[in-house]
Design a protein around this ligand. Structure first.
Ligand code: AMP
Length: 397
């Protein structure tokens, strides 16, 4: 795997695909700078080598139309402050203007291009558009994990114009290493904790992961499809009846593969899907009609704790309860605390995929786990075992 360390960028113009798709407030101030900070090490490496950096990104979904509200010009000042260099801006990402701005760039300088998605050719993966982008650098670096699952011009197609002159940035390399640890190289026992609302949205992950893990903890709304399939009473809990056969097949597959599955045994049930509902702890397979399981129960959490603390590699995707409501967030917070403890004891822990990161950030766990993925969809597809086009394009000669 070629990374930045394999290159010396002295006197090179380096075209870097970053993910600067950051939130802006009504006055166009950046309200969360995480993604810009995450790209900083790659940019600094290029500058310290004596090269110049040409940054390209999308912002929002302008759908091929030049929309001033989504101009990357709004974030130029913030990028300058974070990188510590006065960043130049050009109001297009291809064509004469962009090429002129690049040709005037000196070593140590940074140029930010205008929003890639002002051109519809970006998302369609247009080859001519990618070729035009490729004129803006001697070397191509992809450091945008959040878009690595898209075969867009700047994330994938452009790479073919840089044979032998392309690599992953530090951020993308870190994401790949984290996934590798969970999927292939991590110390055993390896445990995946899968929560969230539905079996149907996690099924491909479950099937892929059964070949990689020793323990699979299933929590959240998915629980009830498994419990009902085994003859349990789930009351009004969320349940996908059409996935019950699949649930039984997963349990069979897990047994055949020697994967221990851990399902909740008790739950915090509520008489309404509301924070103010009445609640009681009940057995997971004896939930009365009119009641629904909305969080993990105390015995369940003790069981989960034992498994998590004995693990050396941990993947966490999805909350084990309706964490958006305070009354049903305790299970998810507890799981976060167990992972924190395991990580302090030397385990490697990765959180990512879909909305998992929102839960982790809400409860302040982002600094307590080993790695929080920056790409929701890209991480989900990785966990499903799919090859990401943006990564494959760098690995090609
Ligand atoms: P996902 O995006 O698939 O990870 O699902 C996350 C959602 O699952 C969150 O919005 C949770 O509120 C929801 N969820 C977790 N547990 C339950 C449950 N027992 N019943 C209903 N929804 C749940």
């Amino acid at each position: 795997m070629k990374t930045l360390k394999d290159f010396n960028f002295e006197d090179k113009r380096v075209l870097i695909r970053v993910d600067f798709n950051v939130p802006l407030d009504a006055d166009f101030n950046v309200t969360d700078t995480n993604r810009i900070e995450a790209a900083k090490p790659t940019i600094i490496k290029v500058l310290e080598d004596g090269g110049s950096a040409v940054l390209m990104s999308h912002l929002g979904r302008p759908k091929g139309i030049r929309n001033p509200d989504m101009s990357l010009g709004h974030i130029c000042q913030t990028v300058s402050e974070i990188i510590g260099v006065s960043v130049k801006f050009v109001d297009d990402c291809v064509g004469e203007k962009a090429e002129k701005a690049v040709s005037e760039l000196q070593s140590g300088e940074v140029l930010l291009l205008e929003n890639l998605r002002f051109h519809a050719e970006e998302t369609t993966g247009d080859v001519d558009f990618a070729e035009q982008l490729s004129r803006l650098g001697d070397i191509y670096v992809n450091d945008a994990f959040g878009t690595a699952h898209r075969a867009h011009a700047s994330t994938t197609i452009v790479a073919r114009f840089f044979p032998g002159q392309k690599c992953f940035g530090y951020l993308l390399a870190k994401e790949i290493e984290a996934i590798e640890k969970v999927m292939r190289t991590g110390e055993k026992p390896v445990t995946a904790i899968l929560g969230g609302a539905k079996v149907s949205s996690k099924i491909t992950i479950i099937e892929n992961i059964l070949d990689k893990v020793d323990h699979l903890i299933i929590g959240g709304g998915m629980t009830y499809t498994f419990v009902k399939a085994q003859g349990g009473l789930v009351g009004d809990s969320i349940c996908e009846d059409d996935k019950m056969t699949l649930a039984l097949e997963i349990l069979e597959q897990a047994k055949a593969k020697g994967v221990a599955i851990h399902l909740p045994v008790d739950v915090l049930a509520a008489d309404d899907f509301s924070n103010d509902a009445q609640t009681r702890i009940v057995a997971v397979n004896a939930i009365p009609d009119g009641w629904q399981g909305l969080d993990a129960g105390p015995v369940t959490l003790e069981n989960f704790k034992a498994v998590i603390l004995a693990s050396k590699t941990i993947l966490w995707n999805g909350p084990v309860g309706v964490f958006e409501m305070e009354s049903f967030a305790k299970g998810t917070v507890a799981v976060g605390n167990f992972i924190d403890e395991a990580t302090q004891n030397g385990a490697f822990s990765l959180v990512g995929g879909g909305d998992s990161v929102a839960a982790v950030k809400q409860f302040g766990f982002q600094d307590k786990v080993s790695y929080v993925s920056t790409g929701g969809g890209a991480m989900l597809e990785s966990l499903e075992g799919r090859s990401l086009p943006g990564i494959a394009a760098i690995l090609e000669p």
